[in-house]
Each structure stands twice: as structure tokens, then as C-alpha cells.
Ligand binder design. Structure first.
Ligand code: SF4
Length: 313
């Protein structure tokens, strides 16, 4: 693969993302955690919101997890917010408030997996570690003309290709290529800076073969109980499980719906399952202001269906 061509392409076309314009280890870490499961546009929005409120690791460590969750509302995968808060405390307690600068040390922190540790150590600290994610797997499968490369094969490819003198730019270049040119559908091979070494170019659009994901349907009932002011009764969910730590109306798989009004059904897609939620309305004497607590996107949809007025998160 022509490393120079890819690097100079990246330096020419890279998107002016906030964490590239004003890089700091904390800002880069936030971006990597957000972008794993949130689309770029939303990721930028949440990155800005979080960084405004928590400009330093210390400021997050001194806040409550509920405040982090409140800002995280709508970004999904809320366990990330909880782990990020735990990470900030850990960094204050064990690293004097400074993010560690090696892959191995980063990997020990809450919520930091191999991908994030590789991204942060290479981009923020120029450590020669290769990142592997879905983008890299796709580029690798196409460059080597393989239908279903194993995780180990992808890692070996990434390690071998890494431009060790510019690991941060290199990893970002590979990911930028996957996002902008070697896209899942309709790869733009004509514009590709590494097309000369691409063995799968003739059938790029079908590589790699899609992984079969078994998506399960889970049916649930949910009752929104409103008080006389139209405020819903909300409970805080336990610290583990679905929507851990967030607030919402009660869900049940065996709800007694006698005397409740049926409002409709909501389908909500999670990564490996689809929730099919029947929503009912009842009454309560102890409503909560829903705009003062963190809610999941699903619960916001449920409350909307029950006519509860919500601020935009
Ligand atoms: S030539 Fe096409 S398929 Fe090959 S790496 Fe470039 S964009 Fe991807």
C-alpha cells in the first residue's frame, strides 16, 4: 500500500473536526468514545456540549454521574456516559488528573477498549499503535480481496501497514478513507489514493460479506402514569441493564392493563434487538419534572406519545 499517497490525501481532504482543530487528549478521548456508536453529526454536537460543560477531566470528576447522563441524553449507549464519569474519577485518583499516554495504561481505564486505547495513544500521544474498527476491516477486506477476514487477520494487516512515524495521522487517514471513499455502499474507487494496491477493486461493493446479525424482538408493556399537572411518574433505572441509571416510566412484560388507556405501539431498534413497546396511560399522584432528569430516546418517544411536553435535549 502506498503510505505516502494515503497520508498526503488525508492531509489534503481531512474534515475540520473540532478535536482536530483544537486537539487535546481529553477532547480526543471524548470524540473517540462518542463516535464509536454515534453518527458524526450528532457526535460533533455532543462533543461540543460535553466539552463546554466539562472542559477538563477534573471538572467531570467533580460533577455527578446524573449530570453527565443528563447531557448525554439522546446520544444512546448510556453505559458510555457512566464509564466516562468513572474514568474521570480514576484519572484524578491514580494519574494526578492527566490522561495516561500509553496504550497499556489507557486500556486499564473504565470504558476504554482496544480500539479507543489505540486511537487515543496514537492520535493524542503519537504512539505507534494501529487502530482496528469496522472501517479498517472493510478497507482491508477490499485491499486484500477477502470475503470474511478474521479479527486476527485484520489486526495483522493494520499492524503491518501502520506508518510508525505518523501513527495518529495514519490511523485517522485509514478511518477517513473508510468513511469518505471506501464507503460500505458505493465505494468511490476513482478517487481512492491507494487504488493501485487494491486487489478487490473489481468487486469492492460486495466486500466484505455482511455478518449475519440475529436480531431478536422483545415485547414489553409500558404505562405512563400522569399526575394532575400532566407530569409522568418516573423511576430511576438500576445501575446495570437496559438504560442503566436513566429515568423513565415503568416497563413490564406482564402488566395488568385493566383500567388503563391504550395509546399505541412504539418500535425501537437497539443494536441486537428490537423492542416492541405497547404504551398505556394511567394516573398518578407523584409526577416528576421530566426535563430535570436524564431520559433515553425510547422513553422520550414513549412520553411524547402520552402527550408529555419535553424540552429538546
Ligand atoms: S480502490 Fe476502492 S475498494 Fe479499493 S481501497 Fe480504494 S475505495 Fe476501497
Amino acid at each position: 500500500m502506498n503510505q505516502e499517497a494515503l497520508l498526503s490525501w488525508y492531509r489534503r481532504v481531512q474534515r475540520p473536526l473540532p478535536w482536530r482543530l483544537n486537539p487535546s487528549p481529553w477532547s480526543i478521548l471524548l470524540s473517540e468514545i462518542l463516535l464509536q456508536q454515534t453518527q458524526m453529526e450528532r457526535g460533533i454536537l455532543y462533543h461540543q456540549k460535553l466539552l463546554n460543560r466539562f472542559p477538563t477531566i477534573q471538572s467531570m470528576a467533580e460533577s455527578s454521574v446524573d449530570e453527565v447522563l443528563l447531557l448525554w441524553q439522546g446520544a444512546g449507549y448510556y453505559s458510555r456516559a457512566r464509564r466516562l464519569h468513572a474514568l474521570s474519577i480514576e484519572v484524578m485518583e491514580h494519574y494526578g488528573g492527566t490522561l495516561p499516554d500509553t496504550y497499556d495504561e489507557l486500556l486499564k481505564l473504565p470504558g476504554v477498549g482496544p480500539y479507543t486505547a489505540a486511537a487515543v495513544s496514537s492520535i493524542a500521544f503519537s504512539r505507534p499503535v494501529a487502530c482496528v474498527d469496522g472501517n479498517i476491516r472493510r478497507v482491508m477486506a477490499r485491499q486484500t480481496n477477502q470475503e470474511n477476514p478474521s479479527a486476527k487477520e485484520v489486526q495483522t494487516f493494520a499492524d503491518e501497514q501502520l506508518a510508525v512515524e505518523f501513527p495518529g495521522d495514519w490511523n485517522q487517514a485509514m478511518m477517513e478513507l473508510g468513511a469518505l471513499v471506501c464507503r460500505p455502499k458505493k465505494p468511490n474507487c476513482i478517487e481512492c489514493p491507494i487504488q493501485e494496491s487494491c486487489l478487490g477493486i473489481e468487486r469492492a461493493h460486495e466486500l466484505p460479506l455482511p455478518r449475519k446479525l440475529v436480531k431478536k424482538d422483545v415485547s414489553m408493556d409500558c404505562v405512563v402514569r400522569l399526575d394532575s399537572l400532566g407530569r409522568p411518574e418516573l423511576i430511576q433505572r438500576p445501575d446495570s441493564g437496559l438504560f442503566a441509571g436513566l429515568w423513565g416510566p415503568d416497563y413490564d412484560t406482564t402488566l395488568d392493563t385493566d383500567g388503563l388507556d391504550f395509546l399505541g405501539t412504539i418500535q425501537h431498534q437497539l443494536s441486537h434487538r428490537r423492542l416492541i413497546v405497547k404504551v398505556w396511560k394511567g394516573s398518578s399522584e407523584k409526577g416528576t419534572n421530566p426535563n430535570e432528569v436524564a431520559l433515553s430516546t425510547l422513553d422520550r418517544r414513549v412520553l411524547n406519545l402520552a402527550g408529555v411536553l419535553l424540552d429538546i435535549p
